[in-house]
Structure formats: C-alpha cells, structure tokens
Ligand binder design. Structure first.
Ligand code: UDP
Length: 314
C-alpha cells in the first residue's frame, strides 16, 4: 500500500487516478482548489477510509506530515477558456510555483513525482508528428503562453530538481484526452460538441475545422501515466502520451452528429489566437519503454463519453 498525493485530484484526469488508487487499496491524498475540479468527480470515494480531500491551492507551499510515496502533479486548468484571459497570471503561478512547491514536498518525503506536462510545450509545431526531441515553436507573449510557457518552465524546474537534488522525477506530455469526468462547461472541443448535440444546439467549429488533434480516451491515458510513474528510477521522460490517430475538427463534428440523434447543425466561429494547426504525438518511446499502446478507438471512446454526458447535460 502506497500513500499517493494527487494534485488536481478533483479534476478530469486527477479524479480518475484517485478512483483507481482507492480501488487498488492505496492511501490517497486528493488536493485541489476546485477552480476547475469538482467534488462530484470523486463522490464515489469521498467517504472511503483511505481517501482524504485537501482543499488547497498549490500556488502556496504545503507541509504534509504523513509520509508520501508518490506525487502526481496534475493541478492546472487545461481548457483554453479556463486558463486564459483574467486567469492567465494564476495559470502561470499554478504551473511554476505549483511545480516548485510540489518538488519541495517530494524532496522532503523522498517521493517520486510525476509532472503532467502537455503537448502545448510544442506550441504551433513545425514538425509533424511531434517527438520528444522537438523543442517546439511557442509564442512567448501570446494568449496561450501563460499555459504553454508555464508548463515549459515547470518541466525546466523538474529537471533542475533532478540535477541539483537527485529527485526521482517523471514527466509526461499529455495530448488531447477525453472521457468521463470532463467538465461539460469547460469549453473543450469534445465536451462542447457532445453537449451541443445533446441539447440540439449548433456545433461550434472554430476556424474552418481543418486543424487537427489526436484524441486519447482517458482510460488509455491513465494506464500509461501509472506505468510511467512506477517505472525504474532514471526513466524520467519527457514522454509523449496520447493516441496518434489524427482527426480534423470538422471530422470530429461529423462523427458526433452521426452518433447523436439531434437537430443540431455545424456553424463556424472565429479561430482563437495561436490555436495550433496540427497536433499528433509520436509515441515510439512509451511503446518501447512501457509496452503500452492506446487500445480505445475514437468511435468506441466517444460512445462511452456520450453516455456520460447524456446523464449530466440537459
Ligand atoms: N474547438 C472548436 N469548437 C469548440 C471548441 C474547440 O472548434 O467548441 C477547436 C479549438 O479551436 C481547437 C480544437 O477544437 O482547434 C481543440 O480545442 P480544445 O480546447 O479541446 O483543445 P486544445 O486547443 O487545447 O488542443
């Protein structure tokens, strides 16, 4: 039995980790400020004897006496409408101060710490697909840079804590992920399209819909993240994690319309600034090191996700 701290534990990915670890018999400390996370996501384990919820913002340091074995640093708003604009400075602080505070905690507890990094570190990629050696093409002063540069800086401090203090770090770069426990109102494309179709509202494609993303079902993603965390010391990454099957946003809208009986049509809106044109992970490294590959095709993953949203979207 391990004691595992999950920051962002009431969020989309964090809640899946907490639920899995409780099912496996571990002690779980779930930390969140509930800005984009929701206690509903962990309702099924809220009263479990091995589960403790800590209302805290990782921007501030935290001292925890109970001995921690592993830290999954998942806390950060991940949807562009949630991390930009009025929240931009908070986002950078969450990425950078949050990483430093959690690394300090890992140092104190001699814990292994995994950083949830992102495909956004590649910015508007000039290489396709993106592998981990690609250093990216990020606009440092754009509306997305609070997240992109914040996550890049977090990777930087992780590797400095490895070099200076020998902390056992793991870094995963998470590509677009979807599934149960997504917030219906957070503005991501999969949640927007499904909820719009369920509500008979028109599906909003930003730009002409030719931009691409590669969508990974959350169950596949959680499995690889856990494998990375539990790998031998020294396998630090960064590792791309995601599903390399690439779709245009227009194709995604058409698939959703085919699956849901709805009066919705497609409408077009302005493309947000600095919205990446294409994105697809090269996952050779995780395949090689962790004997992992995504198993859930978009069509199947969407069916399960539609079922989830049909219970919570009116
Ligand atoms: N998008 C869209 N309609 C929406 C929400 C998003 O066309 O209602 C587009 C968005 O502009 C981007 C892609 O879908 O090109 C993925 O957006 P999301 O916010 O899900 O993820 P990210 O941009 O972080 O990859």
């Amino acid at each position: 039995m391990k004691t595992i701290l999950v920051t962002g534990g009431t969020g989309f990915l964090g809640s899946h980790l907490c639920i899995r670890f409780i099912a496996e018999g571990h002690r779980v400390l779930c930390l969140d400020n509930n800005y984009t996370g929701r206690l509903d996501n962990v309702e099924s384990i809220l009263n479990h004897e091995n589960f403790t919820f800590l209302l805290h913002d990782i921007i501030e340091p935290i001292d925890i006496d109970e001995k921690i074995d592993q830290i999954y640093n998942m806390a950060c708003p991940a949807s562009p409408p949630a991390y930009q604009g009025a929240h931009a400075i908070q986002t950078t602080k969450t990425c950078v101060f949050g990483a430093i505070n959690m690394l300090e905690l890992a140092k104190k507890h001699n814990a292994t710490i995994l950083q949830a990094s992102t495909s956004e570190v590649y910015g508007e990629p000039l290489e396709h697909p993106q592998n981990e050696r690609y250093v990216g093409n990020v606009n440092p002063i754009g509306v997305r840079s609070c997240y992109d540069e914040g996550k890049r800086c977090a990777e930087s401090v992780f590797f400095d804590y490895l070099r200076i203090y020998g902390i056992n770090i793991k870094v995963v770069r998470i590509f677009n992920t979807y599934g149960a426990n997504m917030d219906p109102n957070d503005g991501r494309v999969v949640s927007n399209f499904i909820c719009q179709a369920l509500r008979n509202e028109d599906l909003t494609i930003y730009g002409d819909g030719s931009q691409t993303r590669s969508f990974c079902h959350v169950d596949d993603l959680i499995e690889v993240i856990v494998r990375v965390m539990n790998s031998e010391n020294g396998l630090t990454g960064p590792f791309n994690v995601g599903n390399p099957e690439e779709f245009t946003i227009k194709e995604l809208a058409e698939i959703v319309l085919k699956k849901i009986k709805t009066k919705s049509k497609i409408i077009y809106k302005d493309l947000p600034l600095d919205d990446p044109t294409q994105r697809k992970p090269d996952i050779t490294q995780v395949k090689t090191f962790f004997d992992w590959h995504p198993c859930i095709a978009l069509e199947d993953g969407l069916n399960a996700t539609i079922e989830y949203f049909s219970k919570i979207c009116e």
